[in-house]
Design a protein around this ligand. Sequence first.
Ligand SMILES: [Fe+2]
Ligand SMILES: [Fe+2]
Ligand SMILES: [Fe+2]
Ligand SMILES: [Fe+2]
Length: 496
Amino acid sequence: MKRTLCFFLIMCLIVSMFTISPAVYAEQYFAVVVGSTLDNLLASVQGESSATAAYRAFAEKAYEEGYDAIARLFLATADAEAKHAEDEWAIAQAMGATVRPAADVPVVGTTAENLKTAFDGETYEYIAMYPEFLEVAKAEGMTAAARIFEFALEAETVHAANYDDVLKNLGNATYINANYGVVYRCPVCGEVSKERPGRCPICGNNGANYAMYNQTYFNLLAAVHGESSASAAYSAFALKAKEDGYAEVYRLFEATSDAEAKHANDEWELARAMGASVRPAADVPVVGTTAENLQTAFDGETYEYKVMYPEFLDTAKAEGMTAAARIFEFALEAETVHAGNYDDVLKNLSNATYIKANYSVVYRCPVCGEVSKERPGRCPICGNNGANYVMYSFSFLTYACDGQPIGTLDAAVGKTLDIDILLTTNDIAAESVAFFAALYDKDGRMVSIVNQNLALANTGFETVSLSVPINEEGMSLKTFIWDGMTFAPLITEYLF
Ligand SMILES: [Fe+2]
Ligand SMILES: [Fe+2]
Ligand SMILES: [Fe+2]
Ligand SMILES: [Fe+2]
């Protein structure tokens, strides 16, 4: 009797340590199905994948309820579980597994309930599941599996303690923000801690390699997703504009697409430096008419410069993330300009003269993504020298002809002028164009014409060599470029 009482007291002690009811604990403990190491790997892939999905869903709920720091803890821990699942699946595959177990669909409650669910799951894993799996792996001599199970066991112990701490202090926002405002994750074993350690206490990884999770990290990932989607959409819209015969709109979309791609790349580099490993993919564009596409583009830009980037910028400043703040500020201002361009073009879409006069050539700042109708002295956003701007015109040429001015062919009668004309283009991807050079007499009558089909690579150039016989005084040369027959009518002016 005395012995039973003593046992009961010890049970109570254990139970209070893990704040889990005896019934649940026993149920979970005895629910561990232990098989061969391969069976155990598959079971753990299933468990870790389910935990990943659950924590991501719990993060959304936490954001919804205003617990931003807890949302980030869930997301950091989700990434840790994803890594466990990945490592376990790699070993299972090496052992011959072919069908990866799928994650359970998460059941989401309130944040308090979700923290309890997460704590219970972690506790089950580190007290019951992983110790059993580890023992079997060791007994079977499966050292790689044993190593992963041991890392996971220790990481889950830390995860459980984090969730327990947060749950106990859920009402104390000051404590939560002070302790979990920024969390760090070991990319090898999945340890999640409140401070960046010198070395990971579990696997010994250098703390400099830890991934850092503050709000700016997630904002960068969201921005990469948004910018990549915008870039993909504008490329698709450009092709549609071209199909509809809007040459200038085509170039504006192309130039702006390149600006968004630069934003996405800059933001991704920063996210990567903070520990991100999976780049968010772009959405598949939904293409409408050119008018609809301009409206979609305008709306997207407006959301970005009015809502998204101001918020991201404030957060980056508050978190002391100066590089991210700089990128967000550039993007915010560039999107303001992009929105203005799209708005102007949309309002004047039926006025071909206006569009042609204003958007025949557009320029893009390669640093901040400003897109303007004229090459500025300095970029009004980032101060970059205007000479570095990328020009989006159909084409233009530079030429060399023995020092002769090319408009009027001021050469001795009877001489043949050899002229090299360098065509450059930066917006026609691997497309064929027709080049015409027409020779005129002094009265403006066309004497002869030569034409060549040229394949122009994107941002490429092509040299056209002409031999022009000078039969009389005052002859002149004009050149024309057609974008093949796919883009009639004539889309260049006389070049000179
Ligand atoms: Fe895990
Ligand atoms: Fe965990
Ligand atoms: Fe952008
Ligand atoms: Fe933009």
